[in-house]
Design a protein around this ligand. Structure first.
Ligand code: SF4
Length: 900
């Protein structure tokens, strides 16, 4: 502890504070303009000067470390006069009207506090050419951000936050002296720059030089509510501003342990879908003429109950099923699987984890005993090396991506394993640009190198790992020199990556769908776990195996039991049946359930007739669209529960149930690092829409379920989850009020678990290495289909585009592009921007060509966010051999001029 006096009073502080932090903790108000807790202090604005006894001159408190015994004077007539003079100088040329328009801005508050009125109280100074000192820069080009540099006070926080937090380096300082200006790297407009629209510069700007357009047009919000982002599995917390019943602004939550006061373009700006004109807010029933008719909730639910009962009576419970949703809360998903099991009497329940990280859960559960990330995002800053495989994190998990980028800038060694030269590859020590579909070969080669070069962690292997000798023998066939050609990665590069991962410890690894969406998806992840076990990179800070889960609550939806063979907690039905039956007071069905893909297969065989799809566009999202279409066509009842009429509803829906957005309900999400976080109601549900859990409870009532669905709040549902899943028993809503908690958290006094497997695995002291032979996909290129197509997401859009396509993100990224190497494009005489058709053995789609030198010859990449293009017409029917996740990452195609 440090003892110091401030303004004559004595205080005690913890070590490591600046004088400014100490002064503020002591309750004194010291103005600052260049300071932001997210940034390194620079002491530039001089407003925070304080006197320290014995020191000859005032010092900037933000850059001075607090020392024991310091006697600090933070306020004196002289210091206050200096602050007033500094503010007066900054206000000399400042537009008056914005001070009254935005009284909440930090600079404006200081002007009022010090009794200064810009342009009236102060002398107006002009540059020699008559322009404003900062240059007359007004830029209205960006859909979300308004720029008026006449309001700039030269704190350079925009420049610094773009560099130090986002790592994008967009804002540049140009000119000298009075002619200095801050401009985007394009030299022209922000829209033409390399800006990724995270809004961090706007968030930190204290003067309104950079401002959100939604606030300029809508005025300041009248209420702010903390909740969790509805998009990716990073789980950033946010403050949501509302005025006149409309969601007007989203700002990052400064104290979020996940995002550290930062958001990406989706979380920060893509919220207009909430008020989109085509939001469905009344239940709909498909009439005899095929048209949708608006009906009451009672009519809609009675009709669903009638249709399900009819199928149950005629075909039995194996012919119906439920899909939970990664966009719905834990509470919603818990009830969805409970409804399937208790009301429909079937284990046919699944969720969209099936099409993304089911292989991860299976691999990690099998090898380590828990199907979830071993470590936390806070470990990123502790890792000496970071291996990232099959994940374009800066686009798909942008806050994690930004943190990894900063870690690399600050010295961590980065290994990127990805067929494309993604953004993180620019910061990498080595980029292994492998051929799609060869993950198992490559990871076995990394393991072979570690063993051959004696880089394994002998102590860890001896104490915590089984089957080393057999595994070592097995890897001999995978020496880098033997597999390099098939992987299309030089052997020496494989060896270099292995050396870094094994010796620059602790080493952390992240992976994404580039690892899982293959016929050997589960096995690929097992190979990744092998590496962590061999090198002892598990159970320690800065290490571990960490899947980047795609959707906000995909971990939660599977963990809640939306999985045919698992109950809540991702535990197998046997031997856990007794506990659940005791709490539920009802039997769990004995028959094995079908997963999403098996439900489609059964429907194609006329053995599955009724589906309730919650928050998941089956038709648009499943691979190999024609088989999905055939399956849906054969069903008698397709209940779609969503915010919008998605493609499944449009073509095959029989009943549509409108849901509240995540801003219209209470509950919890679970992020990719096992953190349970609160979702809060910011607005009432729009129109007659309802939270998913309320709909499920009412549906149970419509089907005359005797008990088990009488909940009056999301919290009551969560409290039942705490009864059946001991790992979250200690996580109450009241504990979540302040901050999220990571499971396991078995008691209310437990702090939550940041790192798994520190001393043992759930299955015992040792985890066994797995010998995974390479079994290549049957989806091969040939003369007719010579290109390998990989599909994935981009920064601006999210999965089926249901939400982001209804925001101005659609103007920032208007198309799904087909990325092609310039050499291939030249060979095929394709022009940049030209529509071209890709044909596979299964279907075709037409996209806009975009040259991308980060793509190897013979490969293509495209996103799948635009429902008009239906990219999944092209993807193959092949699936992961163990959990049936579709192989989205490898499809052989040919490229043709667009069919007109
Ligand atoms: Fe939301 Fe993910 Fe972006 Fe965070 S990184 S703001 S959770 S989309």
């Amino acid at each position: 502890m440090i003892s110091a006096s401030i303004n004559g009073q004595q205080f005690s502080f913890t070590d490591g504070l600046s004088v400014l932090q100490a002064v503020r903790l002591a309750g004194f108000d010291v103005p600052t303009l260049c300071s932001d807790e997210r940034l390194k202090p620079v002491g530039g604005c001089r407003l925070c000067l304080v006197n320290v006894h014995g020191w000859p001159h005032p010092v900037s408190s933000c850059t001075t470390s607090l020392a024991d015994g310091m006697e600090i004077v933070a306020h004196s007539p002289e210091l206050e006069n200096n602050r007033r003079a500094t503010l007066k100088f900054l206000a000399r040329d400042y537009p008056m009207e914005c001070v009254t328009q935005f009284p909440h801005k930090q600079f404006h508050q200081y002007l009022q506090q010090y009794g200064l009125v810009p342009n009236l109280d102060a002398e107006v100074l002009q540059a020699p050419n008559g322009n404003h000192l900062n240059g007359p820069l007004k830029d209205d080009s960006h859909p979300y951000i308004a720029i008026d540099m006449s309001r700039c006070v030269h704190c350079y926080r925009c420049v610094r936050i773009c560099n130090e937090v986002q790592g994008q380096f967009v804002w540049q300082i140009r000119g000298h002296g009075d002619q200095i200006a801050i401009v985007p790297d394009s030299g022209t407009t922000l829209l033409e720059s390399s800006c990724v629209s995270c809004g961090a510069c706007v968030d930190t700007c204290p003067s309104g030089a950079l401002e959100d357009k939604s606030l300029l047009h809508g005025g300041p919000p009248t209420s702010w509510t903390k909740t969790t982002c509805p998009y990716c599995g990073t789980g950033c917390e946010m403050q949501v501003g509302v005025r006149d019943g409309r969601l007007l602004s989203i700002r990052p939550d400064a104290a979020s342990p996940v995002s550290h006061g930062h958001l990406c373009v989706k979380g920060r700006y893509a919220f207009d879908y909430v008020h989109a004109s085509d939001r469905v807010t009344e239940p709909l029933l498909r009439g005899k003429n095929g048209e949708w008719q608006t009906v009451s909730w009672e009519v809609a639910l009675t009709e669903v109950a009638r249709q399900f009962r009819s199928i149950l009576d005629h075909q039995g419970s194996s012919a119906v099923g439920v899909l939970g949703s990664a966009r719905a809360t834990n509470e919603d998903n818990y009830l969805a699987q409970k409804f399937a099991r208790l009301v429909l009497g079937t284990n046919n329940v699944d969720c969209c984890a099936r099409v993304c990280h089911a292989p991860t859960a299976e691999a990690m559960k099998t090898m380590l005993g828990t199907g979830a990330a071993t470590n936390s995002f806070r470990d990123i800053e502790q890792a000496k090396a970071i291996l990232i495989a099959g994940s374009n994190a800066t686009e798909n998990h942008p806050i994690v991506g930004a943190r990894i980028k900063q870690a690399a800038i600050n010295g961590a060694k980065l290994i990127v394993i990805d067929p494309r030269r993604i953004e993180l590859a620019q910061f990498a020590e080595c980029h292994l640009q492998l051929r799609p579909g060869t993950n198992v070969l490559l990871f076995n080669a990394l393991a072979a190198t570690i063993i051959e070069e004696d880089l394994a962690d002998a102590d860890f292997v001896r104490e915590r790992v089984a089957d080393f000798e057999h595994f070592a023998q097995f890897t001999r066939d995978f020496a880098p020199e033997r597999v390099a050609d098939r992987c299309d990665v030089p052997a020496e590069l494989i060896r270099r990556a292995a050396r870094i991962y094994a010796t620059d410890k602790p080493a952390m690894c992240f992976h994404g769908l580039g690892m899982t969406e293959h016929v050997q998806g589960t096995e690929g992840v097992m190979c990744l776990v092998n590496l962590a076990l061999l090198t002892g990179n598990i159970g320690k800070p800065g290490s571990g195996v960490n899947p980047l889960r795609g959707q906000n609550n995909v971990q939660g939806s599977a963990q809640m039991g939306c999985e045919p063979s698992s109950l809540t907690g991702y535990v197998p039905i046997e031997p856990n049946r007794a506990l659940f039956e005791q709490v539920w007071q009802a039997p769990i069905p004995q028959a094995a359930g079908l997963n999403l893909l098996q439900m489609m297969d059964a429907a194609s065989a006329d053995q599955f007739k009724g589906l309730w799809a919650i928050g998941y566009d089956v038709l648009l999202t499943n691979a190999n669209c024609s088989t999905t279409r055939d399956a849906l066509r054969r069903m008698e009842c397709v209940v779609v529960q969503d915010m919008f009429l998605n493609e499944t509803a449009k073509e095959f829906g029989t009943v549509f149930l409108p849901v509240a957005s995540s801003f219209g309900k209470e509950g919890t999400f679970m992020n990719a690092e096992r953190r349970i976080q609160r979702v809060r109601r910011v607005l009432p549900p729009l129109g007659n829409s309802k939270p998913d859990w309320e709909i499920i409870c009412q549906m149970a009532q419509a089907m005359q379920a005797p008990h088990g669905f009488q909940f009056d709040s999301a919290e009551a549902i969560w409290n039942e989850v705490r009864q059946v899943w001991k790992a979250v028993t200690g996580i109450s809503y009241s504990r979540l009020e302040e901050r999220g908690l990571q499971w396991p958290c078995p008691t209310e006094s437990h702090p939550g678990t940041e790192i798994l497997h520190e001393s043992a695995f759930p299955k015992g002291p040792r985890a066994a290495l797995q010998q995974i032979a390479y079994s290549p996909t049957a989806e091969l290129v040939c003369d007719e289909f010579p290109f390998l197509l990989v599909t994935g997401r981009n920064l601006y859009h999210f999965n089926a585009g249901t939400m982001t396509q209804r925001t101005a993100n659609a103007s920032l990224h208007p198309h799904d592009y087909l990325d092609i190497s310039p050499n291939d494009a030249t060979g095929l005489q394709i022009e940049q921007g030209e529509p071209i058709t890709i044909c596979s053995r299964y279907g075709e789609a037409t996209l806009i060509a975009r040259f991308n030198s980060g793509i190897k010859r013979g490969q293509l990449f495209c996103t799948f966010h635009d429902p008009r293009l239906f990219v999944n017409e092209v993807t193959s029917p092949y699936r992961d051999s163990r959990v049936k996740t579709p192989e989205y990452k490898v499809t052989a195609v040919q490229v043709l001029p667009a069919k007109r």
